[in-house]
Design a protein around this ligand. Structure first.
Ligand code: 13P
Length: 330
C-alpha cells in the first residue's frame, strides 16, 4: 500500500469546499506523458492554481499506471522546484470496476472516479458504495456519476445523452457516500460534441451549439446544496487549433465544443471540477503538425514536443485564468 499523503498529493475534499465557496472550478486535466504533465504543472504553478491530474483507462493502457503514478509524484517535486507547493490531486478518470479503483487506491492515487452510470441505478449505487467504503478507509475521495454523457473518450463510448435526473441525486449521494457527483447536462466527450445541424450559425459564420441544461443543474443544486458537482466533456474545441491542424494536413471535420462562456457560468455554481482532455490533444497536435510542416528536416522529438508543450501550457493558463477562475486559489 502506497499512501498518497507520503507522495505529497492531496485528496479533493478541501479544494472542492473552497472552490464552491469561492465560485470557481478546479481544472482536471488528463495526462499520458511527461510533456503534458510538465505543461500542466508549469501553467498551474505560474497561475497559482490547484490542479487535478487525471488518468483515464486509455492513459493506463498507453503509458502504464506505474509510470503515470511516478510522473505525478515527480509533478509534486517539480512544482516545488518551480517555486510553489500547489495542491495536486492524482485522480482515476472513469474507473469502471471496483478492482481498478482498488488498484489505484493501493498504488498512491488520492482520488478515484467509479463510473457506474452505464449500469442500472441500483447496480450503480451498489458498485459506487463498495468503492467509497474502501476508499474512505484511506481518506481517498470518490467521484460517482449519474446520467450518461454522449461521445467517445478512450474506451468510454455512448451514442446519446441521458440527462441526470435531479430526483435521483439526493438518494444516490446519501446511499453511496460519494464525495462528488458527475452529472450529464449536455456536455460530451471528444472533439465532435455537436453535429452542425444541431447548431445555429452566427452572422460571422461561427457555429453556436445548443446551450447546456442549466435548468437541470439548478434543480440538482436545490436538492443537494453545496455538494461538489463535476462536469465531464468540457473541452471548447478552439477553432483556431482546428484550423491549424487542418491547414497542416489534418482532416478534422465538424469539431465543435462547449462555448467558454457557458463553462464560466458553470464554474460559478456548485460545479467545482471541470474535465478537459480534448483541447489539450488538439493543442499538441496543432503544434506538432505546424512545426513539422515548417521544418521538414527536423527529426529530434524535442524539436516538436517542445513547441507542443509551450502551446499546451498557454492553453492551460488560459483555462485557469479565463474559464475556471482557479488562478490565485492554490
Ligand atoms: P473532453 O473530451 O471534452 O476534453 O472531456 C474530457 C473528460 O471529460 C475526461 O473525463
Amino acid at each position: 500500500m502506497v499512501s498518497y499523503k507520503e507522495l505529497g498529493l492531496v485528496n479533493s475534499r478541501e479544494i472542492f469546499k473552497k472552490a464552491i465557496k469561492g465560485k470557481y472550478a478546479i481544472p482536471a486535466f488528463n495526462f499520458n506523458n511527461m510533456e503534458q504533465m510538465q505543461a500542466i504543472i508549469q501553467a498551474c504553478v505560474e497561475e497559482n492554481s490547484p490542479v487535478i491530474l487525471q488518468v483515464s483507462s486509455g492513459a493506463r493502457k498507453y503509458a502504464n499506471q506505474t509510470i503515470l503514478r511516478y510522473l505525478a509524484q515527480g509533478a509534486v517535486g517539480y512544482a516545488k522546484e518551480l517555486g510553489k507547493n500547489i495542491p495536486i490531486v492524482l485522480h482515476l478518470d472513469h474507473g469502471d470496476t471496483f478492482e481498478l479503483c482498488k488498484s489505484c487506491i493501493d498504488f498512491g492515487f488520492s482520488s478515484v472516479m467509479i463510473d457506474g452510470s452505464h449500469h442500472s441505478y441500483n447496480e450503480n449505487v451498489i458498485l459506487t458504495r463498495k468503492v467509497v467504503e474502501y476508499a474512505h478507509r484511506y481518506d481517498i475521495s470518490v467521484e460517482g456519476e449519474l446520467g450518461v454523457l454522449a461521445g467517445i473518450e478512450d474506451d468510454v463510448v455512448a451514442e446519446h445523452h441521458t440527462y441526470t435526473q435531479p430526483e435521483e441525486v439526493e438518494d444516490f449521494v446519501s446511499k453511496t457516500g460519494v464525495d462528488s457527483l458527475a452529472i450529464s447536462i449536455g456536455t460530451s466527450h471528444g472533439a465532435n460534441k455537436f453535429k452542425p445541424e444541431q447548431c445555429i450559425r452566427s452572422a460571422e459564420g461561427v457555429l453556436i451549439p445548443p446551450p447546456l441544461r442549466f435548468d437541470i443543474l439548478e434543480a440538482i443544486e436545490e436538492r443537494i446544496p453545496d455538494f461538489p458537482i463535476v462536469l465531464h466533456g468540457a473541452s471548447s474545441v478552439p477553432q483556431e487549433q482546428v484550423a491549424v491542424i487542418n491547414n497542416n494536413g489534418g482532416k478534422l471535420k465538424d469539431a465543435i465544443g462547449i462555448p467558454e462562456e457557458q463553462l464560466r457560468c458553470a464554474a460559478k455554481s456548485a460545479v467545482c471540477k471541470i474535465n478537459i482532455d480534448s483541447d489539450g490533444r488538439l493543442a499538441m497536435t496543432a503544434a506538432i503538425r505546424s512545426t513539422l510542416n515548417m521544418h521538414p528536416e527536423w527529426f529530434d522529438p524535442r524539436q516538436y514536443l517542445g513547441p507542443a508543450r509551450e502551446l499546451l501550457k498557454a492553453l492551460y493558463k488560459h483555462k485557469v485564468v479565463h474559464v475556471l477562475g482557479s488562478a490565485g486559489k492554490a
